[in-house]
Design a protein around this ligand. Structure first.
Ligand SMILES: [Zn+2]
Length: 77
């Protein structure tokens, strides 16, 4: 019963495992703003909302509106 607790946020490692991506891929996406995440302070560990991770995997904007439209359109033309 005590295992039935859904963590509010995932770490970078947990997000990588959950999304089947490499940890560095997740870290890069966090740094670039492609994947929405939270940091308590600059350089501290990332916290990722599972819903935001799911949106990133599905290449959709998350419920918070990330990534912002301006960062989506910067792909090489
Ligand atoms: Zn989000």
């Amino acid at each position: 019963m005590t295992d039935n607790v859904t963590p509010l946020y995932l770490s970078t490692t947990q997000a990588a495992e959950a999304s089947q991506r490499h940890r560095e891929t997740v870290a890069d996406a966090l740094r670039s703003g492609e994947l929405h995440g939270f940091q308590r302070s600059a350089g501290s560990n990332w916290r990722i909302d599972p819903d935001c991770l799911k949106a990133w995997v599905e290449k959709r904007a998350c419920k918070h509106g990330f990534p912002q439209p301006k960062s989506v359109t910067k792909a090489a033309a």
